[in-house]
Ligand binder design. Structure first.
Ligand code: ADP
Ligand code: MG
Length: 238
């Protein structure tokens, strides 16, 4: 279903190569966290998987099919943006159903899928509200709901919790994990926060300066870091 194979991928902006020969194999259903310091290429890689950036070299395959030349909306992927990316003039219900409306889904189908996502995210009481009347956590849930209603093969998250305060961040991490346990949708989650990576990931991909330093479970990285960078990064407070 939602396997993602990244094979020898490169990205250049003009003469500057920012991703060098990156390879990662992600199994269907896996929760993978891409972690590394700011500027190491996490967002660039995620945007290439989503089809929002051209691939300069190598291949990306989703569900066994090379997607290098496949348009974003044909990739069966949903990207979860930060909560401020909600449409302010639309209710929660309209925000969550927007992509399905664009795709021409029938109204009862939209209502059914939005209802299911709202139930899972505890958003049922807020469906007729506008984003400005929601808390930060509720907005983040709406951003997730918008992705969930599309029932994609892969969820991509790019630092979705970075605008939230520490307490809410901890709560949202566990909600995102709970939803993953229910839906089992392949998830690639980007963060620069090693605590977030260690607590959420089935597998962690540690990036640094456009390369992959190590791939492993949180325990493997903690017990057997491949090099000093990984040891320092995983071991340091965020
Ligand atoms: P991260 O998400 O890990 O912080 P990015 O993927 O945003 O890192 O950026 C990786 C590198 O690519 C950085 O050095 C950044 O300056 C550079 N970069 C990102 N987007 C562009 C762009 N559109 N044009 C030129 N350089 C870019
Ligand atoms: Mg980034």
């Amino acid at each position: 279903m939602g396997s993602v194979k990244i094979a020898g991928v490169r990205k250049s902006y003009g003469a500057l190569e920012v991703l060098h020969d990156v390879s990662v194999d992600i199994a269907d259903g896996e929760f993978t966290v891409l972690v590394g310091p700011s500027g190491c290429g996490k967002s660039t890689l995620l945007r290439m998987i989503a089809g929002l950036e051209a691939i300069s070299g190598g291949e990306i395959a989703i569900d066994g099919k090379v997607v290098n030349n496949v348009a974003p909306k044909e990739r069966d992927i949903a990207m979860v943006f930060q909560s401020y990316a909600l449409y302010p003039h639309m209710t929660v219900e309209a925000n969550m159903g927007f992509s399905l409306r664009l795709a021409g889904a029938p109204k009862p189908e939209i209502a059914k899928r939005v209802g299911e996502a709202a139930r899972m995210l505890s958003l049922e009481p807020y469906l007729q509200r506008y984003p400005r009347h929601l808390s930060g956590g509720q907005r983040q849930r709406v951003a997730m709901g918008r992705a969930m209603v599309r029932n994609p093969k892969v969820f991509l998250f790019d630092e979705p919790l970075s605008n939230l305060d520490a307490k809410l961040r901890v709560q949202m991490r566990s909600e995102i994990k709970q939803n993953h346990q229910r839906l089992k949708t392949t998830t690639i989650y980007v963060t620069h926060d090693q605590i977030e990576a260690m607590t959420m990931a089935d597998r962690i991909v540690v990036m640094h300066g456009g390369i992959v330093e190590q791939i492993g479970s949180p325990l493997e990285l903690y017990d057997r870091p491949a090099n000093l960078f990984v040891a320092g990064f995983i071991g340091s407070p965020s």
